[in-house]
Design a protein around this ligand. Structure first.
Ligand SMILES: Nc1ncnc2c1ncn2[C@@H]1O[C@H](COP(=O)(O)OP(=O)(O)OP(=O)(O)O)[C@@H](O)[C@H]1O
Length: 290
């Protein structure tokens, strides 16, 4: 854990892009709208090495945020500063989208070999890392859905990128496969990588994540070190944290709706109570109706 929470609301005093470092990913006041409707709304976060889980209800903006990190979703306003290489260029990013369109007719090894050539990766090592060595010669269409998901994780980790973004890596997997998917992601973190994973599997977040970002209606409801958040909310599990933070958000929305002057910061101060200066690792913003 660094001095500041690795996944947190970005403080006003620091320009996120100036604050960019080789191993940090900065999301700076990022808004994305579709048809004028914001699906991510003024999101500011800093991601540092470790496993950060992005959680939240269906449609809360998790995939959009992960797409923003991977560079496939462009901002309407705001920006993302990806990790910077020593020569000032961008470092590569590994990305597992929600749907992976592997081309039929190629084996698992051939599929990874194609991607491996682009990033100087080792397809056999990548297959081994997700436990798919025995399936290397099977056509991708003959792999189970779970095995295809694992192949997607292996593809995202090819070439050892410093930032790995996995959108629901455990989706559709049985419990054993889910555990394997998360363990693979968590193992990757030991090399000082930044791994960001969206998921609805809160038990796996408890078991493997260092930090958590919870989105609600396109806004950051709560973000920071998982242990610290569980302490703060006096809960033992991420599932309980999810419930507790969700309750807070509902309250904030009611306040904001009733009195526009009581927007995010004011509502947060109220929640912090007298004597708290509001300078917390976790920034909870108000949630507006869309
Ligand atoms: N390309 C798009 N065009 C229009 N609306 C979109 C587009 N992409 C996402 N949205 C909308 O943005 C909102 C957030 O979607 P997103 O997929 O980011 O949510 P999510 O939290 O990942 O959901 P889930 O948990 O169901 O995967 C949804 O209401 C979705 O319909």
């Amino acid at each position: 854990m660094t001095e500041r929470s690795p996944a947190e609301g970005t403080p006003d005093s620091e320009s996120p892009v100036e604050g960019a470092k080789p191993d940090r990913v900065v999301v700076d006041d990022f808004t994305r709208t579709y048809g004028g409707v914001p699906v991510l709304n003024s999101v500011s976060l800093v991601f540092e090495p470790g496993l950060t889980a992005v959680i939240g209800p269906n449609g809360s903006g998790k995939s959009t945020l992960l797409g923003a990190l991977a560079g496939t979703v462009l901002p309407t306003t705001g920006q993302v500063q990806p990790p910077i290489a020593e020569d000032g260029g961008r470092k590569s990013i590994g990305y597992l989208p929600q749907q992976v369109p592997f081309r039929e007719g190629f084996t698992a090894r051939e599929t990874l070999a194609f991607y491996a050539r682009l990033v100087d990766g080792d397809p056999d090592a990548a297959l081994a890392s997700v436990g798919l060595s025995d399936a290397a010669d099977k056509p991708v269409e003959d792999l189970s859905g779970g095995m295809q998901r694992l192949l997607g994780i292996a593809q995202a980790m090819l070439g050892d990128p410093p930032l790995v973004v996995l959108d629901e890596p455990a989706s559709g997997l049985d419990p054993g496969m889910r555990e394997r998917a998360f363990r693979t992601a968590a193992t990757n973190v030991t090399d000082g990588k930044t791994v960001v994973v969206s998921t609805h599997n809160l038990d796996l977040v408890d078991a493997h994540a260092d930090r958590v970002v919870m989105l609600v209606r396109g806004r950051v409801a709560v973000a920071g070190d998982l242990d610290a958040l569980r302490d703060e909310y006096d809960v033992d599990t991420t599932a309980a944290l999810y419930e507790a933070a969700g309750r807070d958000i509902t309250l904030f929305r009611t306040d904001d709706d009733a009195d526009p002057a009581r927007s995010g910061a004011a509502a947060e101060d109220e929640r912090n109570g007298p004597g708290d200066d509001g300078d917390r690792d976790v920034h909870v913003t108000g949630v507006s109706e869309r």
